[in-house]
Design a protein around this ligand. Structure first.
Ligand code: ATR
Length: 273
């Protein structure tokens, strides 16, 4: 049977095996999908061994995405732009192809929630790997403006300069920000520590859409905060997780699974509904 897995550390709580097993059942594909948690300095070896032993493809998550970028034979254009690889496929001619489906997953999830990106003013919080992966797919949707704000302003400036050729992207400090924005995307890891990016509450209004790339069984700190200040449409990263997985599954199997039912099952599994 064709073998796939996700590399990460820690990875025990990954939902990817659950999601891909449902995709496989739905599309009647024969495959198995597991977990691998190599020591941080043993990822390269573990990756080689997996493919030497017949593995067909893998996902890569924290903290290995940047390393995976350097280990594959060939990179897709979107992986190149993201500077990170979350999906690897062994092609029929034996080439390890590195791809990145995170940004496409974000855009697909925003669209499935009915968020309009064309001509919108988007505020992207954070300038780490997650923000980098989101930039090109967001700019491809032709927003009127995309502002990056980050605690360390120079990192936001660097990202804006790097992606400037792809669309109207600028960097502003949190203090400089002037609304109204249509959509705020939180790509920071602040929620992981229960912290908040230092965003002025005045930027939140009833018609704004709020997206936190993080997810948890209850509202993330950022989503709770946005709701308190009047945001009516809030979304967490669970949908993005399922959509990036669907995109990876499509890369591997050439068949696109449906995501709605799988997202519902995942929520049930997590105790969210
Ligand atoms: P990832 O790959 O998930 O994006 P990362 O590269 O470590 O992770 O980036 C984390 C991002 O969250 C950074 O933009 C970081 O800001 P700095 O560049 O200033 O470090 C941001 N971040 C983390 N904790 C934060 C907090 N408490 N408030 C605001 N921003 C925070």
């Amino acid at each position: 049977m064709d073998r796939y897995l996700v590399f990460g550390h820690p990875v025990r709580h990954s939902k990817s095996p659950f999601i891909h097993t449902l995709f496989a059942r739905q599309t009647q594909q024969e495959l198995e999908y597991g977990l691998a948690e190599p020591a941080v300095d043993e990822f390269a070896q573990a990756l080689r061994t997996f493919f030497a032993q017949g593995g067909k493809g893998c996902n890569v998550t924290v903290p290995f995405k940047e390393q995976a970028f350097t280990l594959v034979d060939r990179l897709s254009p979107r992986a190149k732009r993201a500077g990170a690889v979350n999906t690897i496929k062994l092609t029929d001619d034996g080439v390890l192809l590195g791809d990145n489906t995170d940004g496409a997953g974000l855009v697909a999830d925003l669209k499935s929630h009915g968020v309009t990106l064309a001509d919108s003013r988007i505020l992207l919080l954070g300038a780490g790997g997650a923000a980098r992966g989101a930039l090109a797919p967001l700019l491809a949707e032709l927003p009127s403006e995309l502002v990056i704000s980050n605690r360390t302003h120079t990192k936001a400036q660097q990202l804006a300069a790097e992606f400037h050729a792809l669309g109207p992207v600028t960097a502003q400090t949190y203090e400089q920000l002037a609304g109204p924005f249509d959509l705020v995307i939180n790509s920071t890891s602040a929620s992981l520590q229960g912290e908040l990016p230092p965003l002025a509450p005045a930027l939140i209004h009833t018609d704004i859409a709020i997206y936190d790339m993080m997810y948890s069984a209850s509202d993330t700190a950022f989503i709770s905060w946005a709701k308190q200040h009047g945001a009516r449409q809030t979304m967490d990263g669970l949908g993005m997780l399922v959509e990036q997985a669907a995109e990876a599954f499509t890369v591997w199997r050439g068949i696109r699974p449906g995501t709605k039912q799988v997202l519902r099952e995942l929520k049930r599994n997590l105790g969210v509904i």
